[in-house]
Design a protein around this ligand. Structure first.
Ligand code: PLP
Length: 462
């Protein structure tokens, strides 16, 4: 006589989660399972797999938000069933998106921020495509009006993130990516002056170069383009890729001229999900004035009983990231953002000082004047039997991820490591990271063979 009698359905309730049907075999990888399973079991199994991803907060290689407050999570959950593109159906979400655009336009000193035109995107990559397309359309219109050929557009930039390589390839534009000259960490205005011509649709200046974290000299670039315009009549616009810097410079470096205060800056993109502190999935692009976004790029879509003007590569998208962006803007305000970015920058400078003190590193960028980040190389690398790639690999034992990669052309011989300090990486955690890094260096000193397999772990998609 069994002590307890299992009734139908009761089995599922009383059995331990790891003894249920789906738990006793690996999850199917190539085919749909034949039958349904209990939600709790499947969710648990998938969560177990996700555990292997590691801890995002220790990922010092990413620019993206990894610290998400419970309030932002709650707002995201409230919006999980809302499609931001249904502006007629969710007018308040559309209104919140509009408010974010105007707040950013104001933060970036647009002349008419209240009527500025812009939109949310999935991130800076989509925003860059839209900014680039607007440049190409405007350039073509100008050339056609003058009866000049429009078959060889080019775009001039310094060392850019891969999204600009994509833009150039997908939209048939020559990418004139200027090399980094010796002693520099980004392009110079003089290089730009030499590279532009009548087929240049625009110059992309990066505020927070992906590889070195410094700001490109937007004001200097604008000045050389102004004098070209004066001398030759060629009027070449600037798009600023402020993927990270768009949410840093206004708070940490208000005197740096990089935004719409420069009349030549016609559009700016940023990633809300980087230093904008929003969870993953939101970017922004804003044009200086309505005329800077060609009308024929805007689609008026009939949707759910309304007419919606859209300029985007995507259609359906979740609303939560946009709402969470608005929440962060409202919660922190100017002083809150300034405090957050200041504390990140202080932590970055502390790291740079500790690295310098160790005597083992050459600091390329010390966290001051650009993004809250540090970029460094190994001192006397040739005398060591290990590389920064080995350091990256070894420090993963403690859960940290650090990007190691060669600098872009012409400085590829220099291998660097980059640590991005984001909201959520406080001084205490940074001291623990410094201790772990010291431990790794001592380990590699004692075991200098290194790993011949180790190589760049962050190639920015090139
Ligand atoms: C300068 C720059 N532009 C664009 C991007 C792409 O941004 P997203 O990941 O938001 O598409 C990045 C990402 O690191 C970046 O650093």
């Amino acid at each position: 006589m069994p002590l307890f009698k299992a009734t139908p359905g009761r089995r599922e309730l009383i059995y331990d989660i790891y003894t249920r049907d789906m738990s006793i075999e690996p999850l199917p990888k190539y085919k749909l399972p034949c039958h349904e399973s209990l939600p709790q079991t499947v969710c648990n199994l998938i969560r177990d797999e996700l555990m292997l991803d590691g801890n995002s907060r220790q990922n010092l290689a990413t620019f993206c938000t990894t610290f998400v407050s419970s309030e932002a999570r709650a707002l995201m959950a409230d919006c999980i069933d809302k499609n931001m593109i249904d502006k007629d159906e969710y007018p308040q979400t559309a209104e919140i998106e509009r408010r974010c655009v105007h707040i950013l336009a104001d933060l970036w000193n647009a002349p008419k921020a209240k009527t500025a035109i812009g939109c949310s995107t999935t991130g800076s990559s989509e925003a860059a495509m839209l900014g680039g397309l607007a440049l190409k359309w405007k350039w073509r219109k100008r050339r056609e009006a003058l009866g000049q050929p429009t078959d060889r557009p080019n775009i001039v930039c310094g060392p850019v993130q891969v999204c600009w390589h994509k833009f150039a390839r997908y939209f048939d534009v020559e990418l004139r990516e200027l090399p980094i000259l010796d002693g520099n960490l980004c392009m110079t205005p003089e290089q730009v002056e030499e590279a532009v011509d009548e087929n240049t649709i625009g110059v992309v200046a990066t505020l927070g170069v992906t590889f070195t974290c410094v700001y490109e000299p937007v004001a200097g670039i604008a000045a050389v383009l102004d004098s070209i315009a004066e001398d030759t009549g060629l009027d070449i616009p600037i798009h600023v890729d402020a993927a990270s810097g768009g949410f840093v410079a206004p708070f940490l470096h208000p005197d740096v001229l990089w935004d719409f205060r420069l009349p030549r800056v016609k559009s700016i993109n940023t990633s809300g999900h980087k230093y904008g502190l929003s969870p993953l999935g939101v970017g922004w692009v804003v044009w200086r004035e309505t005329e800077d976004l060609p009308k024929d790029l805007i689609f008026n879509v009939d949707y759910l009983g309304g007419q919606i003007p859209t300029f985007a590569l995507n259609f359906s998208r979740p609303a939560g990231e946009i709402v969470a962006q608005y929440y962060e803007l409202m919660r922190l305000g100017r002083s809150g953002f300034t405090n957050v970015q200041k504390s990140c920058a202080r932590t970055a400078m502390y790291l740079a000082q500790e690295l310098e003190k160790s005597g083992r590193f050459d600091i390329q960028y010390d966290g001051e004047g650009g993004l809250p980040a540090v970029c460094y190389s190994l001192k006397d690398e040739a005398k060591l039997n290990y590389t920064l790639y080995d350091v990256s690999e070894r420090i993963r034992t403690w859960g940290w991820q650090i990007a190691s990669y060669p600098l872009p052309a012409n400085r590829q011989e220099k291998v660097v490591q980059r640590v991005l300090v984001r909201h959520g990486m406080g001084r205490d955690l940074m001291t623990l990271f410094v201790e772990d890094l010291g431990r790794v260096m001592r380990f590699l000193d004692r075991n200098p063979a290194g790993n011949p397999e180790a190589g760049p772990n962050f190639n920015h998609g090139r």
